[in-house]
Design a protein around this ligand. Structure first.
Ligand code: HEM
Length: 441
């Protein structure tokens, strides 16, 4: 392996190259450039948006100093207990791709694939290339596709998941399938397109530079070419979730998303990491649920803000619950108006989803906005790439069945894609992802 993005030596034993370019740590600069691009697109397509633009720019101006992008930051891949990209502070971009295994794939080719992907992920997360960008032998194809040469690691994390289909009769893995793990049943509100549904494997690459995400997924796909074929993919931007010290970002409905999320170690331990499960290879792992949710943005954009707030159960600009004044105020679902009506509509999105109304249960949401441009009718084809991590897939099933049946938001969204994956813990150095699954007797 040779180095490419210009990083110093790493604990993965990859030799270093020239010093990396200095990182950018001024959020105003990055978010300003992003908003300029998006603001222009919105004004052009919908003929409006100046109020949203004013709100977004004033928001960026008040950003906390701790919420910065450091493109030089890198995360180790091996020995971290859990895979990255779950508890990791949400980076600004993702490329999420699912794969199907070739008919000729065997248990051993699957093992080799996971070993190669693990080694590549470790190298990529340090900002290095997976092979020579320009081999000295001019007739050989490059070992790395090259588009990230010279770029910093940008906090890249590569999260790899195994689909329920790996436990069918093809690879002899059925005895090691966790009892809790199977394809998602049909859920309330499903309008799924088979083109965006299922997959044998998933790769979620998150980073603060979209080119770094794309490079990572593209090179994993290339490394696996004889064994896997890319199935469906989504490019996500504008992280719709926040970690400690990060400002809550906004989804494409214009609402803050990620305010009430899993944050503490205790919550991760209780709701995210598999502990004392029935399969040792999944100890410290979790289950990834991915839903591609299209938003009917043109319809939403004609709705009164009061109605939008009733649907979500929160104020639009501040993000506070309708029962409070500040974003972090705990919603009071018992609060009544002077006429005796609930302040937060019982079928608003947050009332249906909140832990107070679901027996205390929580999920770790780590979503991204996405756009596929325009649809055949010239309408904005965009929405939320909803990604949730939980130690019991039934938690998601329970929530989505409730939301799919009653949520006021349903008028404005369509669940068009769906998949679930088992996400094993991170391998130790010298090992590869899910190795224990293959060596279990
Ligand atoms: C396009 C689809 C969706 C949009 C636009 C959306 C938007 C939001 C917004 C604006 C909030 C309030 C801020 C916050 O606390 O994060 C929220 C909260 C939440 N959402 Fe969603 N959401 C969507 C889909 C889903 C789905 C599919 C689920 C799970 C099945 C879900 C579960 C939750 C939960 C658990 C909360 C926290 C509620 C609380 O504790 O107050 N959301 N969502």
């Amino acid at each position: 392996m040779t180095t490419g993005h210009g990083q110093t030596p790493t604990d993965d034993g990859v030799p270093g190259g020239a010093a990396a370019p200095p990182g950018v740590s001024r959020r105003g600069m990055l978010s300003g450039a992003l908003l300029a691009g998006l603001g222009g697109a919105v004004v052009g397509a919908a003929g409006g948006g100046s109020a949203a633009w004013a709100m977004a720019t004033s928001d960026a101006a008040t950003v906390d100093d701790t919420d910065t992008v450091d493109l030089d930051r890198s995360y180790p891949y091996y020995g971290t207990g859990h895979q990255g990209g779950i508890e990791t502070q949400p980076q600004r971009h993702t490329v999420f791709m699912t794969f199907t295994l070739a008919d000729t794939a065997t248990k051993s080719s699957l093992q080799t694939l996971l070993a190669r992907w693990s080694a590549a992920a470790a190298v990529l997360q340090q900002g290095n290339s997976v092979g020579a960008v320009q081999p000295s032998n001019g007739v050989a194809p490059p070992g790395d596709t090259g588009e990230a040469a010279g770029l910093s690691p940008a906090s890249l994390t590569v999260t790899i998941g195994l689909g329920p289909t790996l436990f069918d009769d093809r690879f002899g893995l059925a005895p090691h399938k966790p009892a809790a793990f199977s394809a998602l049943p049909t859920l309330n509100g499903d309008t799924l397109d088979p083109k965006f549904t299922g997959g044998d494997l998933s790769v979620q690459a998150c980073a603060d530079d979209p080119q770094v995400c794309y490079h990572a997924v593209r090179n994993l796909a290339r490394l696996g070419r004889s064994v896997v074929t890319p199935f469906w993919a989504v490019l996500g931007f504008g992280r719709a979730s926040a970690g400690p010290g990060q400002q809550t970002p906004r989804n494409l409905l214009g609402f803050k998303d990620g305010t009430r999320n899993i944050q503490t170690d205790q919550q991760y331990s209780e709701f995210v990491w598999v502990q004392n499960g029935d399969q040792p290879w999944m100890e410290g792992g979790t289950y990834q649920v991915v839903r591609k949710i299209r938003m009917l943005l043109e319809t939403w954009d004609t709705d009164r803000v009061g109605n939008q707030q009733q649907i979500i159960g929160r104020h639009k600009e501040e993000g506070s619950p309708l029962s409070g004044a500040h974003e972090m105020d705990t919603p009071n679902f018992a609060a009544k108006t002077s006429t005796g009506d609930p302040v937060i509509d019982p079928v608003s999105h947050v009332a249906l989803a909140a832990r107070e109304n679901n027996g205390g249960m929580m999920i770790r949401r780590r979503s991204y906005n996405y756009t596929d441009g325009l649809d055949a009718n010239g309408e904005l084809n965009a929405g939320l790439l909803f990604i949730a991590y939980q130690n019991d897939p039934q938690h998601f099933v329970q929530l989505q069945n409730r939301l799919g049946a009653h949520d006021l938001l349903n008028e404005y969204i369509r669940h068009v894609g769906s998949a679930i994956f088992a996400v094993p813990p991170a391998p130790e150095k010298g090992h590869y992802l899910a190795q224990q699954l293959f060596t279990a007797s």
